[in-house]
Write a protein that binds this ligand. Structure first.
Ligand code: PMP
Length: 346
């Protein structure tokens, strides 16, 4: 290679170091300063590039991966895409078991990146043999030389964010961050960032965003998994029907629940007002900010960082489709605000 050419060896050296962007119009009138950690700037367009790279590199370091190893995972889409990308660049096979709730765009993207994809029913219990957890486990057992990433129960998930996302936010805010607002799925992002940030300043408030239909908020408050909290919802990548060990509940100060409908509208509003084409959970994070602002969580000295996990292009057939919004009843003026009253349409 010519010494004058400026290039990177491959996309993997571009993972992380995402920008922090000041939010303006979407938070107009709110007290405090608001910033988005824009994870769509990763080469695989989401925060999940960080964990895919870290977990695979650690497995390589520990000698768990050989030339013909197959990478296996359950995923709502983003982790799958990042794993497929890292596997493709490094030359590994990748098999993914995904929930039928994942958008068709996401599933097609995984297949385009060379992954073999199994689509499993969304509305079955985690221990049902048809669930994507059980399907992935079975494939792992049946596939010689395979590793199961197991992001919900893998300590390396939060460690990736402890090593990178947390320090980046600390540096980018010059240590002046007062609040972190992050959607919690596996909990890896919020837990890893929170651990690092609280080590720098224990007063930083860590606020998790959960979905109606998920058990996380109640579990944080009561240490009990309440099955009554579980019912279908639409937001992908946020909330859970089980308790992931990747989540460190001790470093989270509180959870806020957001509805499918308001998060979808807030995502569309954020895109229109900020010119950032944001994913569904970015809308959920901004919706949480709206609710926290109304509760008086912030003052004029607050510097709030919201994690924006991925890009709006992943949701063309969902929140950015007027047809989909209409089918969900999200355009009905008198639509029930109580998320429990919303009938689930798959
Ligand atoms: N938003 C989206 C779009 C995601 O895919 C995920 C991952 N499930 C999250 C937020 C939550 O991130 P984490 O799993 O690190 O809690």
């Amino acid at each position: 290679m010519s010494s004058g050419i400026q290039s990177v060896p491959n996309l993997l050296s571009l993972v992380g170091n995402t920008p922090l962007i000041e939010l303006k119009k979407i938070v107009a009138g709110f007290t405090g300063n608001f910033y988005a950690k824009w994870e769509a700037y990763n080469p695989g367009h989401s925060n999940k590039d960080r964990i895919a790279l870290h977990i695979i590199q650690e497995a390589e370091r520990q000698g768990l991966i050989k030339e013909n190893t197959t990478i296996i995972e359950t995923t709502s889409g983003n982790t799958g895409f990042s794993l497929a990308m890292v596997s493709m660049i490094k030359g590994y096979d990748c098999i993914l078991a995904v929930s039928s709730k994942s958008s068709e765009d996401k599933i097609n993207m995984l297949r385009s990146m060379g992954a073999k994809v199994y689509v499993c029913p969304a509305n079955v219990k985690a221990d049902d043999p048809r669930s994507y957890y059980q399907v992935a486990k079975r494939i792992h057992e049946e596939t010689k030389d395979s590793i199961y990433i197991n992001q919900y129960f893998n300590d390396l998930n939060a460690q990736a964010h402890y090593n990178t996302t947390g320090p980046e936010i600390w540096k980018q805010t010059n240590g002046e961050i007062t609040h972190l607002v992050a959607c919690s799925g596996t909990g890896g992002t919020i837990s890893g960032c929170a651990k690092y940030l609280k080590e720098q300043n224990p007063n930083i408030r860590i606020i998790g965003v959960d979905a109606y239909g998920s058990v996380l908020k109640k579990y944080h408050e009561t240490e009990e998994l309440d099955p009554k909290e579980i019912y279908p919802y639409r937001i992908e990548g946020l909330g859970k029907n089980l308790i992931p060990t990747a989540t460190n509940f001790d470093v989270i100060d509180k959870f806020v629940k957001v509805s499918d409908e308001e998060s979808a509208h807030t995502a569309r509003e954020t895109t229109k007002k900020e010119g950032m084409f944001v994913g569904y959970t970015c809308g959920a994070a901004v919706q949480a900010i709206k609710e926290l602002a109304a509760e008086g969580e912030f003052d004029e000295n607050s510097n709030i960082v919201a994690i924006f996990p991925d890009h709006g292009s992943r949701y063309m057939s969902k929140i950015y489709s007027d047809q989909w919004m209409k089918e969900q009843g999200f355009f009905d003026a008198d639509h029930a605000k109580d998320p429990k009253k919303v009938e689930y349409i798959q």
